[in-house]
Write a protein that binds this ligand. Structure first.
Ligand code: AHG
Ligand code: MN
Ligand code: MN
Ligand code: MN
Length: 336
C-alpha cells in the first residue's frame, strides 16, 4: 500500500537532495553537506521556538540591529546558531544575515564555494504571541576562485542556485527549491528528520486572497491603490477577494504558495522601497514563486532581475499567482 511504502520508503530531505545532486555530477556532495547544516539550524530554531515560552526566550535582547529594530532574544540566538552551523560546514565563503550589519567572511581554512544570505528569524514581532515565524535563506555560488568579496553576494536573484524557508508553526515545514521545482518537507519529531510531504508544489494560476498591510493604504501609490480597490470592488463581476495578513512573511508566503493569491509589500510615500530586504526576503521568496509557476514583481521589474548594491537594501514586492501579479504589472505599465 502507498501508506506502507511511505512508512518504509522514507524520503528524507537529505536523500531527496542527494537524488537531485545526481543531476549535477560536478558537485561532489558539497551542496548536500551545506544543506544538512542549514537543516541542523532549522531543527535547533524549531526546538527553541517551541519552548521559547518555557525557556524564558521571549522578549527583547536589549539590542537593536542595523535595521533599527529591537532584536528579540530568539533573533540573536537563531542568528548565532546559523552563523556557527554555516561556518562549520566548511562549504561557505560569505554569509549575509538580517541581524548582522556586515557580511561574515569565512576564514580561509574553512572556506567553501557557496554564499548564504539569510533571515534567521522572520516575523519576530510575532514571537511573543505565538504566531508562526520562520527562517528564510538563499544560496549563491561565489563568482570564481579569487578572494571572496561583497560582489559575490551582490548578485541578481536569478543567479541563486537554491532558496527556501522553514516555517515554525503548528508543524515545522521546510520548503526548498534547487532550481527544478519546489518541494515541501515536514519535520517528524520522533525521527528528527524532514520528510517529503509536499512534492512538486505548484501555485494556483489565480487566487481568491490578497495579503497586504492595509494600515499603509494612506501612503500607497496609484497602481497599488487601484489594485487593492479592484480586490475589494471587482469591476468584472467576479466576487471580492478575501484579505489574509499574518505579518510574518514566511507564513503569508506559505499560504499564498499553497492556496494561491497575491502577497504585496508595496513601496509608499514614506518608504519608496517598501520594507522587505532584497537578498534574504525578496529574492528567496521570488525564486520559490517562479519555480512554483507564479511570478514576482517589484513595481518596476521582475524581482529576480534586480541587482542589489547594498546587502540590506529593500525593494517593493508583489508575488504570488501568475495571473494576479500580471494585473499589478499592467497597472504599473499603464502608469508609466
Ligand atoms: P523580520 O521579523 O525578519 O524583521 O521581518 C518582518 C517582516 C516580514 O516578516 C513581514 O512580512 C513584515 O515584516 C510585516 O511588516 P508590517 O508589520 O509593516 O506589515
Ligand atoms: Mn527583523
Ligand atoms: Mn524577515
Ligand atoms: Mn528577521
Amino acid at each position: 500500500h502507498a501508506a506502507d511504502a511511505h512508512r518504509t520508503d522514507l524520503m528524507t530531505i537529505t536523500r531527496f537532495v542527494l537524488n537531485e545532486q545526481t543531476k549535477h555530477p560536478e558537485s561532489r556532495g558539497d551542496f548536500s553537506i551545506l544543506l544538512s547544516h542549514i537543516v541542523l539550524g532549522c531543527k535547533f530554531v524549531c526546538t527553541a521556538v517551541n519552548k521559547a515560552g518555557l525557556a524564558k526566550l521571549l522578549g527583547l535582547a536589549g539590542e537593536t540591529n542595523v535595521q533599527g529594530e529591537d532584536q528579540k532574544k530568539l533573533d540573536v540566538l537563531s542568528n548565532e546558531v546559523f552563523i556557527k552551523a554555516l561556518v562549520s560546514s566548511g562549504r561557505t565563503s560569505i554569509l549575509v544575515s538580517e541581524e548582522d550589519e556586515e557580511a561574515t567572511f569565512v576564514e580561509p581554512a574553512k572556506r567553501g564555494k557557496y554564499c548564504v544570505v539569510f533571515d534567521p528569524l522572520d516575523g519576530s514581532s510575532n514571537i511573543d504571541c505565538g504566531v508562526s515565524i520562520g527562517t528564510i535563506f538563499g544560496i549563491y555560488m561565489i563568482k570564481d576562485g579569487h578572494e571572496p568579496t561583497l560582489d559575490d553576494v551582490l548578485q541578481p536573484g536569478k543567479n541563486m542556485l537554491a532558496a527556501g524557508y522553514c516555517m515554525y508553526g503548528s508543524s515545522c515545514t521546510l520548503v526548498l527549491s534547487t532550481g527544478s521545482g519546489v518541494n515541501g518537507f515536514t519535520l517528524d519529531p520522533s525521527l528528527g528528520e524532514f520528510i517529503l510531504t509536499h512534492p512538486d508544489i505548484k501555485i494556483p494560476k489565480k487566487g481568491k486572497i490578497y495579503s497586504v498591510n492595509e494600515g499603509n493604504a494612506k501612503n500607497w501609490d496609484g497602481p497599488t491603490t487601484k489594485y487593492v480597490q479592484s480586490c475589494k470592488y471587482p469591476t468584472d463581476g467576479s466576487s471580492p477577494k478575501s484579505l489574509r495578513y499574518i505579518g510574518s512573511m514566511v507564513a503569508d508566503v506559505h499560504r499564498t504558495l499553497l492556496y494561491g493569491g497575491i502577497f504585496l509589500y508595496p513601496g509608499d510615500k514614506k518608504s519608496p522601497n517598501g520594507k522587505l530586504r532584497v537578498l534574504y526576503e525578496v529574492f528567496p521568496m521570488s525564486f520559490l514563486m517562479e519555480q512554483a509557476g507564479g511570478q514576482a514583481f517589484t513595481g518596476k521589474q521582475r524581482a529576480l532581475d534586480l541587482v542589489p548594491e547594498k546587502i540590506h537594501e529593500r525593494a517593493p514586492i508583489f508575488l504570488g499567482s501568475y495571473d494576479d501579479v500580471e494585473e499589478i504589472k499592467n497597472l504599473y505599465a499603464a502608469e508609466e
